[in-house]
Write a new protein. Structure first.
Length: 236
């Protein structure tokens, strides 16, 4: 079984090599192997140099590097990665170290045990480390999750999480449109409508960043998420 790890990157020269090093070192539960696909969304810093340097130093690593010539947004980078993925399952790994790849196996367990088709990694359940940051961000995340659940009839605790593990054929069968952070509510709405879908949720750690450390999502993306919850929740 192959797990495709999709890594969208925009101006992540400071952390991308550490992310790739962690991805290289993790040992996935049997029977899974991994491929890594990095999509550089037209970074203005030295992200490309960092990735290609790492690639040259680790020639045996199954690492594919793709890039956009024009910045299109995280969602667009994910679309590019999904199309290139060869795996049986697909997971997203942000390039900023806010999530720990060592916890992939937590998400894989319900898959391996035959229970799940999709697994979300929640920052708001379980006893794992969670950096204390922004009160209003946490309230916003919970409100967006609540609104999403109203339309999808799911009982998720963290719709906006980065860690979403999908059976590849189900994900590739969706027509995804959102180019930026609207990907999260869109994919949640559309995956929830698949007949017989089995969605699970496990607790994961969260090592969040401040804006000074490079965090990119902002209040405008919150309003877009509300729009996407309404649009795709109503069948768009």
């Amino acid at each position: 079984m192959l797990l495709s790890v999709i890594v969208p990157a925009y101006n992540e020269e400071k952390t991308i090599q550490r992310v790739l090093s962690r991805l290289e070192s993790i040992q996935l539960l049997s029977p899974f192997e991994k491929e890594i696909i990095v999509i550089n969304d037209c970074s203005k810093d030295q992200t490309e140099r960092a990735v290609t340097e790492f690639q040259s130093l680790h020639p045996n690593l199954d690492l594919t590097y793709l890039k956009h010539e024009v910045n299109q947004g995280k969602g667009a980078a994910l679309h590019t990665g999904f199309r290139a993925a060869k795996g049986d399952y697909i997971i997203v790994q942000d390039a900023d170290l806010e999530y720990d790849p060592e916890e992939f196996n937590l998400l894989l367990k319900p898959i391996i045990n035959g229970y799940a088709d999709v697994v979300y990694g929640s920052r708001f359940m379980g006893g794992r480390p969670h950096r204390i940051l922004f009160f209003w961000h946490s309230i916003g995340n919970k409100m967006l999750t609540f609104a999403s659940n109203m339309f999808t009839n799911l009982n998720l605790t963290d719709m906006e999480t980065c860690y979403k593990l999908f059976r590849a054929d189900l994900l590739k069968g969706l027509k995804l449109e959102e180019k930026r952070f609207g990907f999260e509510p869109e994919v949640t709405a559309k995956i929830s409508r698949i007949k017989g879908i089995r969605i699970y949720e496990v607790g994961v750690s969260y090592y969040g960043r401040t804006y000074e450390e490079g965090k990119k999502i902002n209040w405008k993306d919150g309003f877009r998420a509300i729009y996407c919850i309404l649009k795709y929740g109503l069948g768009g």
